[in-house]
Structures are given as C-alpha cells and as structure tokens.
Write a protein that binds this ligand. Structure first.
Ligand code: GLN
Length: 327
C-alpha cells in the first residue's frame, strides 16, 4: 500500500522528532580520538532531502562534524563504480562480522573469507582499491570529488581531527598490516591507512549527509544538482550493506526496530536511506557502546515509525510535490 504524504508532513515529523529527543542525554562522546571528546555534546540536528531536492532541517544541521565511518559508504560506492559490484564482493565481501567496527578478531576468524567495506578492515581495503593505483594524491582527489558530488557541495578535512586520528590510530595500523598478511589489501598498506584516516576526518554537516543519502535513495542522481554520480544498479547494493552492518554489532536490533538502512559514525552522525523516497541524517555526539549516536538513533527511529519508512513493511510512503498532493 502506498501512503502519500506532502513535504509539510515530513517537516512536521522532523520537528516532532527533534522535540521528542532533545532531552535525551544518555551516551557519551567518543574519547579514543581526543578531538571528538571535546565536541559539544548538546549539538543535535536532523535533516531530510527529498527527491525534488528540497532540504528540510531542524537544529544544528550546519555544524561541521567528523564524518568518520559514514565515509565508508561513499568509498564503497566509489570502488563499486570504478570496478564493479561483483569485484568488490570478491575482493572485500558483504558479510556482517557481528563484531565491533575495529575488530582484529574478525580478520583472524575470516582470513580466507572477505568481510564488508563498512567495517574498518573492509574500508581500508576499499581505500587500497581506489584508482589510480599507487597514487596517493590521485586517490584522495577521487575520494573527495566523489563525496562532493554525492553531497552537491564541497567538503574538506578538519585538520585537527586528522592529526588527532593519525596520532592515535594504532589499532587501524595493525588492521592494515594484517590485511597485507592475508593478501587482502590492494595497494601500499600505509597509503591505504592514511587515505582511510583522512576520509574519516572529513567535516560534513547533517544537511550534506541528508543529500548524500538522497543521492543514494535517488538511484545515483543528486536531486539538488541533477548530476548522475553513480550507476543506478549500485543503490540496492550499497543499501544492502548499510542494512546488514550499518550499526556494527547493534545492526540487527536497529533493523528489527526500524527497518531503516542507515550508517553511523563515531563523530555522532547517522545517515539513513529510504530508496526512492528520501535521504535522512541526524547528528548528536554522545554514542552508545557500539559507537552509534544515541540521540540520532532515537530521532531516526521516530521518523521511520511516523512516516512508515520501514523497508520490510507493507505500507510505503511517497512524498508528493504540491501539484500532485492529495491526488
Ligand atoms: N575513524 C574511526 C576509526 O577508525 C571511525 C570509526 C567509526 O566511526 N565507527 O576508529
């Protein structure tokens, strides 16, 4: 069954979600990356980008925060675009590990069996695959240009965050070299690690993330710029990865409750994709034990419930433009 709603309804639900969640104070900022510990914990924003490019926002949606693991989504798409989805399945895989995002045990357990580009190991492997091979500057340009095209506006690294991550990423260094040991990294390990660290340190706003999500929801065409960023057939691929591992070891609980494919980052951002319907994002720094923003999860769960966004449900909502509203 299709439920038609208009933009005003989406806007009202976003505002209601904000009011419903603004007093939620549980969770705490990531502190293993020193920069993130000092981001104000009270920041909170929600944004939605609709298929006609309309951006709806409430709260702190212009604040630039570290994209962190949400960056794994664009880079996974980039390598699927540069190679093919089959090649990424073969070289990295699409299986959830059920373990924390930075798990070394997952690599040891599955050394003969690839994992997914949405955990650290797979994301570092994805960075190693980015073309042009062996060219750190060229690879970085490809990553930034791709994210910029998805967002429809420029993004850049937060230098202090990049330094903070580079100074403390010992676990990720081990991951890069362990991947090398198992022939699961496809360029120089240190270069792939640095690209991964830099992409995690890119600053984005919730408004930009909502548009990245909307471009994915829209089959690869950015609804604001009208430009095709990736092949339409990659939308179901990336959405399936988000659905299976977007919240790491809490992914099943999240999907069970919301049916909303989404990806979190330890900077406090979460991006949700409803294919054919809209892109959503929320940002609030305090995290749960798996590294997912508590307030942003609560806000997106509220919106998914109110707007019937559950992908597994029998009712799907469709956002109408004013001319077709109520038809
Ligand atoms: N840069 C972070 C890390 O590698 C990203 C983790 C995350 O957002 N879940 O630890």
């Amino acid at each position: 069954m299709i439920r038609k709603i208009d933009k005003k309804t989406v806007d009202e639900v976003l505002r209601a979600a904000y009011d419903h969640c603004k007093s939620e104070t549980s969770g705490k900022n990531a502190d293993y990356i020193p920069f993130l510990k000092n981001v104000p914990s009270t920041l909170f924003g929600i944004a939605a980008t609709l298929p006609d490019g309309t951006l709806l926002t409430v709260g702190d949606t212009d604040y630039r925060f570290g994209i962190e693991s949400v960056s794994k989504v664009p880079t996974a798409l980039l390598v699927m675009e540069q190679y093919s989805d089959r090649e990424v399945l073969h070289k990295i895989g699409a299986d959830a590990t059920g373990l924390p995002f930075n798990s070394i045990m997952a690599i040891l357990l599955e050394n003969d069996h690839p994992s997914t580009p949405l955990v650290n190991a797979g994301a570092i492997a994805a960075c190693s695959m980015v073309k042009p091979a062996g060219d750190s500057t060229g690879k970085w340009r490809a990553i930034v240009d791709f994210l910029t095209a998805l967002a429809g506006s420029p993004v850049e690294v937060i230098d202090e965050l990049y330094r903070s991550e580079s100074d403390t990423n010992f676990n990720n260094r081990s991951i890069a070299w362990l991947l090398k040991n198992y022939n699961r990294i496809y360029d120089q390990p240190e270069m792939a690690l640095d690209l991964y660290t830099r992409q995690c340190s890119i600053g984005v706003t919730a408004a930009q993330l909502a548009t990245v999500a909307a471009t994915i929801a829209n089959g690869g065409v950015n609804p604001q710029t009208g430009k095709r960023v990736f092949r339409a057939e990659l939308t179901p691929r990336i959405v399936s990865l988000m659905a299976t591992v977007g919240f790491y070891e809490h992914t099943g609980d999240w999907l069970f409750q919301t049916g909303l494919p989404a990806k979190s980052g330890v900077g406090g951002g979460i991006m949700g994709v409803v294919p054919g319907v809209m892109g959503l994002a929320s940002f609030a720094p305090p995290l749960d034990s798996a590294g997912n923003s508590v307030r942003a999860q609560k806000a997106l769960a509220y919106i998914a419930r109110e707007l019937d966004l559950n992908l597994f449900g029998t009712t799907r909502c469709m956002v109408t433009t004013p001319a077709s509203a109520g038809v």
